[in-house]
Ligand binder design. Structure first.
Ligand SMILES: Cc1cn([C@H]2C[C@H](O)[C@@H](COP(=O)(O)OP(=O)(O)O[C@H]3O[C@H](C)C(=O)[C@H](O)[C@H]3O)O2)c(=O)[nH]c1=O
Length: 318
């Protein structure tokens, strides 16, 4: 019996692997294709802490390869899946939608097909708060109609959710869709605003800020997100559900910059740029369902989390 973690060398996947090693005695199979969306050397670093762990099998492979996935489920006797692997950048999805369709829709289908032919106890999809789209009321609640996704990324995540829900209904695959909100922490992806802003403050270069700083994000620490996934692996009542995992306390991007200024002890220079149509003006999680089904509650305050992130960033970038 083993837990499969896709995107296992990524930001969230590498944290989840380490936390599961501490909190469970499960065998872990981590798959990642180490693609060059960002420097694969960062992903090699991410998995170094678990490289010699006997309970972790690290596979360099592609979850879009459905024949390989069917073999993998059989060979490693996969009984739980946390599907974190994806093409995840909002703005690149506008330029390269086909890559997002392939990884996020065809890739999810490939895993669901493997899961359908193998007895799995739980299949968790890492969806995204972007599925709420523009026009959804805040705080975002799972049980009201969604807006239209603002980006191809959001649309592919919603398509992946629908495939999961269909495979549950049609084939009995025990799927659940978790919707993380603006995950941050050590090892954060380099394409995300927080990394770009931190680098700019650190180096004294201008921060490219889209809009006037009033856009709000519900930043959620990676350790809280991982606890959400871990609870969902065993909790009752989650199968067939969509569940927010966020912080429920959104901050403006200008506040994020202030927190970085405080942690770095430096003033930021801001290069104001036009807002992008693919960006949501706000993300804000209603957490009632997560509290009820997962016993979920975020623990890390943004002030503490950003300080921890900046300490890590300084160590990493010197
Ligand atoms: C890269 C960049 C972004 N921004 C703005 C755009 C947004 O208003 C905000 C956050 O952007 P970021 O790219 O960090 O994150 P989101 O677009 O909210 O998307 C992220 O959070 C969701 C939940 C996922 O599911 C995605 O995987 C993840 O990429 O900062 C800037 O102002 N300047 C920049 O250089």
């Amino acid at each position: 019996m083993a837990i499969l973690i896709t995107g296992g060398a990524g930001f969230i996947g590498s944290h989840l692997t380490q936390i599961l090693l501490k909190q469970s005695d499960a065998q872990l199979v981590s798959i990642d294709n180490f693609n060059d969306y960002y420097d694969p050397a960062l992903k090699r670093e991410n998995v170094k802490p678990v490289a010699d762990e006997p309970r972790v099998t690290l596979i360099e492979g592609d979850f879009c390869d459905s024949a390989a996935m069917k073999r993998l489920f059989d060979e490693h006797d996969i009984d739980q899946v946390v599907h974190l692997g994806a093409m995840a950048g909002v703005r690149i999805s506008v330029q390269k939608p086909e890559m997002y369709q392939h990884a996020n829709v065809a890739g999810t289908l490939s895993l669901l097909e493997a899961a359908r032919h193998h007895p799995v106890k739980r299949f968790l999809l890492a969806s995204s708060s972007t599925v709420y789209g523009k026009g959804a009321g805040v705080p975002f609640c799972e049980d009201v109609p969604l807006g239209i996704p603002a980006s191809p990324y959001g649309a592919t995540k919603r398509a992946a959710e629908l495939l999961c829900l269909t495979y549950h209904q049609l084939h009995g695959v025990p799927t659940a869709c978790l919707r993380p909100f603006s995950v941050y922490g050590p090892r954060l992806r380099p394409d995300l605003a927080l990394t770009i802003f931190a680098k700019a403050v650190h180096e004294g270069t201008p921060i490219p800020l889209f809009g006037d700083g009033s856009i709000r994000r519900d930043f959620t620490h990676v350790s809280d997100i991982c606890q959400g996934f871990i609870s969902a692996l065993t909790a009752d009542g989650v199968v067939g559900q969509e569940i927010n995992i966020g912080h429920s306390d959104p901050i403006e991007m200008r506040r994020l910059i202030e927190l970085l200024e405080k942690s770095f002890g430096k003033k930021a220079v801001i290069d104001y740029q036009p807002e992008r149509p693919e960006d949501l003006p706000i993300t804000y999680a209603n957490l009632e369902k997560a509290e009820q089904l997962l016993g979920y509650g975020p623990k890390v305050l943004i002030e503490e989390g950003i300080q921890e992130y900046v300490d890590w960033f300084r160590d990493w970038h010197g």
